[in-house]
Design a protein. Structure first.
Length: 299
């Protein structure tokens, strides 16, 4: 009888021990998966991080250290002379203002046109129109450049900011429309139907029901459009004048035929990269929320 009671008392103890061992094994596997994920992410982003750090190192060194062999990675002492030269010798402040005007203008117009267009295509289930928008997005910018250049030259607008804003719509509008198509298709249609039953017009249903729900998608579309517009080079190098260059074109103009000044070139590249990088870091929660809510779900 005593042995039987002892055996029964050992059962809960073994059960607790087995449960604890199972839990520990589960936690170990979970941590190993997390470490594996971190290792893969680190492997994927390491080239970009190393290039960025090397560019930062170049921008903080003088030309003697930049041309030294073996290379000097950590400058001693660091200098801001390259950044000062970029703004003093190349009028980067004017180019920054140009980029801000062009990028915000192209993004604002793209939202004004693209959000209603995405809503209409999504509700009409116009698959062919959505495919056409996608083709317009993946078509190289060079395909549009020659006819647009001839048109603006005929209108006498080359060398001004207006052609840059208009041509950037070739980039920004398809992005906004494609993002918003997927987002509007993911919204529940019952709310709009209820508004229509209550007497609202389709425009009122779009404005008062769909748009507030689509705010995360609009945020994603706005950020992506701004980034692509800010980084565009090909339209600016052909259509811009001496005083209407954008920052990517200004970085290209830092290069000279005599030599490559790596310090000013790296500083100029960082000036172009910094706003987009800061915007992405500050808005990363909104980007993730918009994407996971359906901002890129396919139409």
């Amino acid at each position: 009888m005593t042995a039987k009671l002892k055996q029964e008392a050992d059962v809960p103890t073994r059960s607790i021990t087995e449960t604890r061992a199972t839990f520990n094994a589960h936690m170990l596997r979970r941590r190993l998966r997390q470490l594996g994920l971190y290792a893969v992410v680190l492997l994927l982003i390491s080239p970009a991080v190393l290039v960025f750090l090397w560019m930062l190192s170049l921008s903080l060194k003088n030309e003697v250290d930049n041309m030294a062999f073996p290379p000097v990675f950590i400058p001693a002492p660091p200098t801001l002379r390259n950044f000062i030269d970029v703004f003093e010798k190349n009028d980067f402040l004017t180019y920054t203002i140009n980029s801000v005007i062009v990028s915000f203008g192209a993004t604002g117009l793209a939202l004004l046109v693209g959000v209603p267009a995405g809503y209409g295509i999504a509700k009409a289930r116009a698959r062919k129109a959505a495919t056409l928008i996608l083709i317009a997005r993946i078509t190289p910018g060079l395909s549009y450049l020659l006819p647009l250049f001839l048109m603006f030259q005929w209108l006498g607008l080359t060398g001004t900011l207006a052609p840059l804003v208009i041509t950037h719509l070739v980039i920004t509008v398809p992005i906004v429309v494609w993002v918003m198509i997927g987002f509007f298709e993911g919204l529940p249609g019952e709310l709009e139907e209820a508004a229509l039953v209550d007497g609202a017009t389709i425009w009122q249903a779009f404005r008062h029901v769909a748009m507030p729900l689509a705010r995360p998608g609009i945020t994603v579309a706005m950020i992506l459009s701004f980034i692509f517009s800010w980084n565009n080079f090909i339209f600016g190098v052909v259509l811009a004048g001496r005083t209407t260059r954008t920052l990517p074109v200004a970085v290209y103009n830092v290069l000279t035929f005599e030599q490559v000044s790596w310090g000013p070139l790296a500083a100029a590249a960082l000036v172009v990269t910094a706003p987009v990088l800061l915007l992405t870091l500050l808005m990363q929660k909104e980007i993730v929320a918009g994407l996971t809510a359906g901002g890129v779900k396919g139409g």
